[in-house]
Design a binder for this molecule. Structure first.
Ligand SMILES: Cc1cc2nc3c(=O)[nH]c(=O)nc-3n(C[C@H](O)[C@H](O)[C@H](O)COP(=O)(O)OP(=O)(O)OC[C@H]3O[C@@H](n4cnc5c(N)ncnc54)[C@H](O)[C@@H]3O)c2cc1C
Length: 293
């Protein structure tokens, strides 16, 4: 039924694709279906159809904040990365949810729009970044978002920034079963040269302080009253390994796949880190990453 629908609507798909190839951690079994809508209307169409036929589905952006389980996903992964139109209107930019943040950063340089320099340091898509209110260097997506177009299963709605209920690494989208379609972001005019220089220095800083060349999902845990990386470091867990999954020696908040790790190694390591930190400091670390199962 799904196959006929996808063929009829000319929506690209593949079957039995390893999730390790779709996520930055590089672990996980196969997804039964991976569907690649090419436009917002195709994205809505697929989501609507999956809901209609009661088909389990998962929206995936760049997969940089998702760890896929070894058993894979017996449903439809809807990959948004081909839904990536971008349009500038004066100081605002309209981006489709699947637009890579790297592409947004390049456009900001090209257009001389400042205020979003930090985007160059956040992998993944704009949609994923809005869901998690991603940020660094004291800024986050909530500082940029004006409006978000979503599909709630019935119709397309527009939310204002206030309606997105942004907070530290969270938003309303983590609690609702909605599909982000398009985002309107606001910037301020700035010299192209300065934007480029600032982005370059942020990237250099990031490359020095984080394992940016290794497979990872970024920071595994949210920060509480104390940064999670500091607690993990103090607990002497830097470099601790379970098979090929390791607490990064560069930044204790990251778990890196040294090559050939299984999802179970990563998940066991997460459990171990949480247990040790709880035992030593009485702090319950909360995951920032999402588990796809
Ligand atoms: C090396 C590295 C460095 C990182 N540095 C940072 C950092 O500095 N700051 C930071 O905040 N994060 C950081 N991250 C984490 C990650 O890059 C961000 O959380 C990023 O914004 C996730 O975007 P994504 O497109 O990859 O989302 P995904 O990982 O694909 O998805 C994340 C969540 O969003 C949902 N989602 C994605 N698209 C949609 C959509 N269109 N509609 C509805 N739901 C959707 C998914 O279902 C999932 O629940 C880093 C990651 C890595 C690997």
């Amino acid at each position: 039924m799904l196959e006929n629908f996808l063929l009829k609507n000319k929506i690209d798909f593949v079957m039995n694709k390893p999730l390790s190839t779709l996520t930055s951690m590089g672990v996980g079994g196969k997804a039964k279906w991976v569907v690649y809508p090419k436009s917002r209307s195709q994205l809505v169409l697929v989501v609507k159809f999956c809901r209609q036929i009661n088909q389990k589905f998962y929206l995936l952006g760049g997969g940089t904040n998702v760890i896929a389980c070894d058993k894979g996903f017996d449903g439809v992964v809807i990959a948004t990365t081909k839904v990536s139109k971008t349009k500038r209107i004066f100081n605002t930019v309209l981006v489709d949810a699947g637009t890579p943040t790297a592409k947004l950063a390049l456009n900001l340089q090209k257009w001389g729009l400042g205020g979003g320099e930090f985007c160059c340091c956040i992998p993944g898509t704009v949609g994923g970044a809005v869901v998690g209110n991603a940020g660094c260097f004291g800024k986050s997506f909530s500082d940029l978002v004006q409006k978000v177009w979503i599909f709630d299963g019935q119709k397309v709605k527009v939310l204002t920034n206030a309606q997105c209920l942004f907070d530290y690494r969270t938003s309303i989208f983590q609690f609702e079963n909605w599909t982000l379609l398009k985002i309107q972001l606001k910037f301020a005019p700035k010299s192209k040269k300065r934007i480029k220089e600032e982005m370059q220095s942020l990237k250099v800083y990031k490359a020095r302080s984080q394992p940016t060349m290794c497979r990872s999902s970024g920071c595994i845990f949210r920060n509480g009253s104390q940064p999670s990386a500091k607690l993990i470091d103090k607990a002497l867990l830097k470099g601790y390994r379970i098979n090929k999954a390791q607490v990064s020696v560069v930044h204790a908040g990251f778990i890196v796949n040294l090559g050939g790790a299984k999802a179970s190694d990563v998940l066991d390591l997460i459990t171990h880190v949480k247990t040790v930190v709880k035992e030593k400091y009485g702090v319950t670390l909360k995951e920032e990453v999402r588990i796809l199962k």
